[in-house]
Design a binder for this molecule. Structure first.
Ligand code: FAD
Ligand code: EPU
Length: 340
């Protein structure tokens, strides 16, 4: 196994932040993973997928472990479903394309999300009306302290909006090895997100298909989200805040155009999800740039690195945005991106 020392992580994070990793190695099997954990027992470890949801604010002195577990297999079939198991180091969009090619339905709305399949349960990735929890069957994860592989069902993962046990009570305790999805034989089309219908019309789609929905999602995403190959970013920097319906009604009186969507109820309290991009835009940040750190001109929820920004500069900008949204709307934005 190759172990590199003091290497730049710039090519390994979509923000393009230039920090150093004390040690860097890849693993392609669970045995290699275990060996590396044993050899570097005293060092801090970071499991790295595609680096598309991380902001590095300092050098990482420990061991960065790049996940290279590969393989996709159909493990089971019943009357209505295909059960497809994918290794954690497979690229997410590549996996979605594989499913579309085999007519496994359910992931089409999640096309073009960067990163690896292993990170997808971490924050229950979601887009265009679907979250992975809707099609997630189970996952296997390696328990770092116990050195054993553990099976997690959908319930075990405690999925929520951009949340799971792996971000909360089991943070840094498991390495996700593979994920099994329960995909439909007969597609259930989800075009509830308004922009999809409009895009399908523009594409002049005559017969709806999972392939057409995927293409519509790809077109919409490409039109507003910056491509990390061109401008460094990690997608939405903040979550869309969820406030009580009563709070939302109050804000709506003052700001009649504030966009809000029904969110899940918690303890019988009903919530509205507010578009953070709108709140940030109202505070005047959209298109803002200081040095190489900025707020994207087409999507205010996306913070960007125009070239050589430091992680600290992006973080400082996020602090200023949180303060101004708090001062104007009384809403506290929470970061979605993992800060290191
Ligand atoms: P990384 O950034 O490498 O890791 C993220 C976190 O997960 C880290 O804490 C890491 O240690 C941990 N981790 C990674 N792999 C494992 C593993 N196998 N076991 C244990 N821990 C692990 N997200 C959405 O939900 N919806 C979107 O629409 C969306 N759009 C995006 C658009 C753009 C342009 C970009 C850049 C990002 C977007 N994201 C979106 C965020 C990101 O793509 C997802 O969060 C993705 O799942 C991250 O995958 P990754 O492999 O890059 O994770
Ligand atoms: N808006 C503005 N100004 C902006 C941006 C957005 O006013 O600069 C308003 C618009 O009214 C728009 C609404 O916000 O209609 C929603 O915007 P958009 O459809 O672009 O989605 P979003 O809420 O900003 C969320 C996810 C994205 C996901 C899209 C599509 C979060 C934090 N973000 O963004 O996920 O792709 O919906 O479903 O939930 C990610 O997590 O990294 C990510 C990109």
């Amino acid at each position: 196994m190759q172990i590199d020392k003091n290497i730049s992580l710039k090519p390994y994070n979509t923000f393009g932040i230039d920090v150093l990793a004390g040690f860097f190695a890849s693993f392609g099997t669970t045995d290699e993973l275990e060996e590396l954990f044993n050899a570097f027992a005293a060092k801090e470890k970071l499991i790295l997928g595609g680096g598309s949801n991380i902001l590095f604010t300092q050098n990482f002195d420990g061991l960065v472990l790049k996940n290279e577990l590969k393989g996709i297999s159909l493990v089971k079939e019943d009357a209505n479903h295909y059960y497809v198991k994918v290794a954690a180091g497979e690229n997410w969009h590549g996996f979605v394309m594989h499913c579309l090619a085999h007519n496994y339905a359910g992931l089409e709305n999640l096309s073009l999300i960067p990163g690896n399949t292993g990170a997808s349960p971490m924050q229950n990735i979601g887009a265009y009306g679907v979250e992975i929890k809707d099609v997630f069957e189970s996952l296997e994860a390696w328990h770092i302290a116990g050195g054993k592989t553990v099976l997690f069902t959908n319930n075990d993962c405690e999925f929520g909006y951009r949340e799971s046990v792996f971000k909360r009570k089991f943070k840094n305790q498991f390495v996700i090895l593979n994920v099994t999805f329960r995909l439909n034989k007969k597609p259930v089309f989800n075009t509830s997100y308004g922009a999809i219908e409009q895009e399908l019309e523009k594409m002049q789609v005559k017969e709806l298909s999972i392939q057409a929905i995927s293409q519509a999602v790809i077109n919409i995403r490409s039109s507003k989200l910056p491509d990390p190959k061109e401008i460094g970013n990690a997608g939405s920097f903040f979550k869309n805040p969820q406030i009580t319906n009563a709070q939302f009604d109050e804000l709506k009186k003052e700001y009649p155009t504030i966009p809000g969507y029904p969110a899940e109820s918690i303890n019988r309290q009903t919530y509205t999800k507010v578009a953070a991009g709108w709140l940030i835009e109202q505070c005047g940040w959209k298109g803002y740039r200081l040095g190489d750190a900025g707020c994207h001109a087409k999507q205010a929820l996306v913070l960007v690195n125009y070239g050589n920004a430091k992680g600290n500069e992006i973080y400082a900008l996020s602090e200023k945005i949180i303060e101004s949204v708090q001062a104007r709307f009384g809403i506290t934005l929470e970061r979605e991106v993992n800060i290191l």
